[in-house]
Design a protein around this ligand. Structure first.
Ligand SMILES: [Fe+2]
Ligand SMILES: [Fe+2]
Length: 265
């Protein structure tokens, strides 16, 4: 089966790219299942019920997230009742929501999704390397096709997770940096990896935010108010083809589409 993963959706420009492009991409790549990181989908900060439900209507099957999941207070109620919205599985026990989900393709094949978050240059929550193994152990009775969104800052931590899970999952894809890396490959035991899927949102920006306030922080060292940018939206992500029985990756294709590219599909 083929799975399309969409990198961090940033505000309205990102959501519009999903609205305009998702059905076309699903058709073009023959995708059976769609996962999208939605942590920045509400004006760059968090996700709301309205926005989450809308992304599901556009054709997203499961939403992952990361450190921005709690930015909108209403998400605490939403995530409790929406199993298709994940937060990192390695948040301490008792935190609302879940870190994994087993969904189904249109023809009834199971796909597992696990979301974990790194600890290098991020808040030090529980160990993602231990937690992810526990999640896989539970999930593998139901499906061998497992996608891991590792939401992390450091490339080293993300590459390490790929090797840690080689042969255990279909894909380890990084999110959070909003800058797509070009290192997609399949490791020797059949796990596809990409250090960062990049972002689905305005690329004439500083990782999704207006350039001036963001640059101002670097120039002055003083706090500024981030505003989501709008220019040059792109849809970034990755498509992985999995062997249904073994869960091993057969192919990995990194994608990056402008509005014009999507219109031509
Ligand atoms: Fe993000
Ligand atoms: Fe993040």
């Amino acid at each position: 089966m083929k799975i399309l993963f969409i990198g961090d959706i940033i505000g309205r420009p990102g959501r519009e790219m999903v609205r305009k492009g998702l059905r076309k991409l699903v058709e073009h790549y023959g995708a059976d299942f769609v996962i999208a990181n939605a942590e920045n989908s509400a004006a760059g900060f968090g996700v709301t019920k309205d926005i989450g439900d809308t992304l599901l209507e556009y054709g997203v099957d499961v939403m992952t997230s990361g450190n921005h999941i709690w930015d909108k207070k209403e998400v605490i109620e939403y995530i409790a009742g929406q199993p298709k919205l994940l937060r990192p599985a390695n948040y301490p026990a008792g935190v609302p929501g879940r870190g994994s989900y087993v969904g189904q393709t249109g023809d009834g094949r199971a796909v597992g999704v696990i979301n974990v978050q790194g600890r290098v240059f991020m808040i030090p929550i529980d160990d993602p390397f231990t937690v992810v193994l526990k999640e896989i152990e539970v999930m593998k009775a139901r499906t061998r096709v497992i996608i891991v969104d590792f939401h992390a800052e450091a490339t080293s931590e993300k590459v390490a997770m790929g090797w840690h899970l080689d042969g255990k999952v279909t894909l380890v894809v990084g999110t959070h940096t909003h800058v797509q890396t070009a290192d997609e490959r399949i490791l020797p035991n059949g796990t596809a990896c990409l250090t960062d899927a990049g972002m689905t949102g305005p690329h004439d920006s500083i990782i999704g935010m207006e350039r001036e306030p963001s640059l101002g922080r670097f120039l002055s060292g003083m706090p500024t108010r981030y505003e989501p940018a709008t220019g040059n939206p792109r849809l970034n992500g990755v498509v992985v083809e999995a062997d249904d029985k073994t869960g091993k990756a057969l192919a990995i294709t990194r994608i990056s589409y402008s509005e014009q590219d999507l219109a031509k599909l």
